[in-house]
Design a protein around this ligand. Structure first.
Ligand code: SAM
Length: 282
């Protein structure tokens, strides 16, 4: 009998993946966690039935959530990752020997445990000596702190359930406060294509723009996420991702990446008109 995993991208659009073997199912205080082996995408992690990470396209997401900011400011020493339980973002950050401290604040310890056991392709660097793991709510973690981190990466789920608080004005303001003067905030900023995701994109972008002097969005192709066209937010106090970007400097690091390069860095900020209009008119 064939087994298929199906995700509703909209009420009228479904995305199906043929399952080879189910490996794990667990229920935490926050969400349902599933890990399965698939024919096309290798191992897959879903939370509450929604695609989070898979072996075949995770490199795209983790390259783009990490290297754009790291290439904009080569002096990033202290990094805060909020969410990111699969470990892929920490894996990419840990490739920079210049980084001294990586604090990862993941609300759900069971996600991290599942990743360490079943997703070593993303979880391989969670035991790096620079990594401090906190199993706490990221919304609370940034409250009352001032000028600690050079980079905050919000590698979150969608703005539903535990992830909702990570898309609020108060959270973005606390992120602003906890960043140093050249601090950068990168956040999972949804997608412009389907209405529901586009609404969340516009809402989040409007809030971030009201707090940070520099606020841009950049795009990446994510085959297994709804519509495949997804965006990250780039917000900062001083550094601009294009004007302050030095391609020669990043290329001199000699980091080998499967998706990111210094041309994609520039191209990712060249948005289609309908997206420009969407975020300009918000
Ligand atoms: N790439 C995925 C995406 O775009 O949907 C995100 C991957 S990562 C697994 C998302 C993580 O955010 C989950 O492990 C979830 O538990 C965590 N998370 C959600 N809300 C959180 C919160 N308020 N504080 C900390 N972590 C949170």
């Amino acid at each position: 009998m064939e087994l298929w995993y199906t995700e509703e991208h909209t009420e009228n659009v479904r995305f199906g993946i043929k399952v080879k073997e189910y490996l794990y199912t667990g229920q935490s205080d926050f969400q349902r966690i599933d890990v399965f082996e698939s024919y096309e995408f290798g191992r897959v992690l879903t939370l509450d039935g929604l695609m989070m990470v898979n072996e075949k396209d995770e490199f795209i997401y983790h390259d783009m959530i990490t290297h754009v900011a790291m290439a904009t400011n080569p002096n990033i020493k202290k990094v805060l990752v909020i969410g990111g339980g699969d470990g892929g973002t920490v894996r990419e950050i840990s490739r920079y020997s210049s980084v001294e401290q990586i604090d990862m604040v993941e609300i759900d310890e069971l996600v991290v445990k599942s990743a360490i056991e079943h997703l070593q392709f993303t979880a391989s660097k969670l035991d790096d000596e620079r990594v401090n793991l906190y199993f706490e709510d990221g919304v609370k973690f940034v409250e009352g702190k001032e000028r600690v981190y050079d980079l905050i990466i919000v590698d979150s789920t969608d703005p539903i359930g535990p992830g909702e608080g990570l898309f609020t004005t108060e959270f973005y303001q606390n992120c602003y406060n906890v960043l140093t003067d050249k601090g950068i905030l990168v956040n999972q900023n949804e997608s412009p294509y389907y209405d529901q995701n586009a609404k969340e994109l516009v809402r989040a972008n409007k809030k971030i723009k009201s707090i940070f002097p520099i606020s841009e969005v950049y795009q990446y192709h994510m085959p297994t996420y709804p519509s495949g066209h997804w965006l990250f937010g780039f917000a900062s106090k001083e550094l601009h991702p294009i004007k302050d970007f030095d391609a020669k400097r990043w290329n001199s690091l000699g980091l080998k990446t499967k998706y990111y390069n210094t041309d994609i860095h520039l191209g990712a900020f060249a948005l289609p008109n309908y997206v420009k209009e969407m975020i300009q008119n918000d």
